[in-house]
Design a protein around this ligand. Structure first.
Ligand SMILES: CN(C)C(=N)NCCC[C@H](N)C(=O)O
Length: 276
């Protein structure tokens, strides 16, 4: 069992979610629910125990639960979004973190931070500085995660850092450099399509990607990674991606995590993995 995946079901106001860099298009609520269930099934199939975070039905974007909290080791840091409409999402996230026995801290005003701007790679924590996360939020996070190397990365024209880059299980970065200050990054493998920038690390050699990135999936599979693909088109219409829909809490991080749950599939890789 790799650990617990926190997810939040799409709420009744999903279609009113914020769009910033794409044109609004109608969202099919039924299809979104079905896509979310398939996403959750992919997490379960990879061995993750799935826990639902309490709904925040007044907040259309609450399904993008990654933005409400960052989990690092046994600490959960509740975000404070640069989008004020999203600030009601943290109460349920706090309850879920406490249920897992995590130590809870929070970003205090006037700082802002969305979890989508936080990419943890081994001991390094890359934090996007942009419309949702500011310098104060980054400094507060650095203080709360004392000991980790925090690297601020300026973003421009990307909603979040993880809209533009994520990391494979071996810690190598993949994404699209156009919206990032790449001068502070080690090499970034450029992907052939925008949603190819997004992977969720499900296991030591296993990643989850959107169905909208077939060419990137093919390249990664050719390199020996196991790739599971899910269609999340209704969430992509709201500028979401695979990372936004969950917070993965490795088993070692959550002392109160129960031992039951679906059977684990823990494929072992001979790669130098930084998977926790
Ligand atoms: C890495 N990404 C993209 C995220 N973590 N979150 C996406 C949030 C989308 C939402 N409509 C919004 O604008 O807030």
């Amino acid at each position: 069992m790799p650990g617990t995946a926190l997810v939040r079901r799409p709420g009744p106001r999903l279609a009113d979610g914020i769009v910033t860099h794409v044109e609004r298009r109608p969202v099919d609520a039924g299809l979104a629910r079905a896509q979310h269930e398939a996403y959750v099934a992919a997490l379960r199939d990879a061995g993750w125990r799935v826990r639902a975070v309490d709904p925040a039905d007044d907040c259309p974007d609450a399904v993008f639960v990654e933005d409400a909290l960052v989990v690092a080791g046994d600490t959960a840091v509740l975000g404070r979004s640069g989008a004020s409409a999203r600030r009601g999402e943290t109460a349920g996230a706090e309850r879920a973190a406490r249920d897992l026995g995590l130590r809870v801290s929070r970003i205090e005003p006037p700082g802002t931070l969305d979890g989508g701007d936080v990419l943890q790679v081994g001991d390094t924590v890359y934090v996007g500085r942009g419309s949702r996360t500011d310098e104060d939020g980054i400094c507060q996070l650095a203080g709360l995660l004392g000991g980790r190397r925090v690297v601020p990365v300026a973003t421009d024209g990307a909603l979040h850092l993880k809209s533009a880059m994520t990391a494979l299980p071996d810690g190598s970065l993949i994404g699209l450099p156009g919206h990032l200050d790449t001068s502070v990054l080690p090499c970034l493998r450029v992907v052939p399509e925008p949603s190819g920038a997004h992977v969720v690390v499900l296991g030591p050699d296993h990643v989850l990607m959107a169905a909208s990135a077939p060419r990137t999936a093919e390249l990664l599979a050719a390199d020996g990674w196991r790739v599971t693909r899910v269609d999340i088109g209704e969430f992509e219409a709201l500028e979401g991606c695979v990372t936004c829909l969950s917070v993965l809490v490795p088993e070692s991080a959550s002392p109160a995590g129960p031992a039951d749950g679906p059977g684990a599939s823990t494929a072992v890789s001979d790669r130098g993995s930084r998977f926790p």
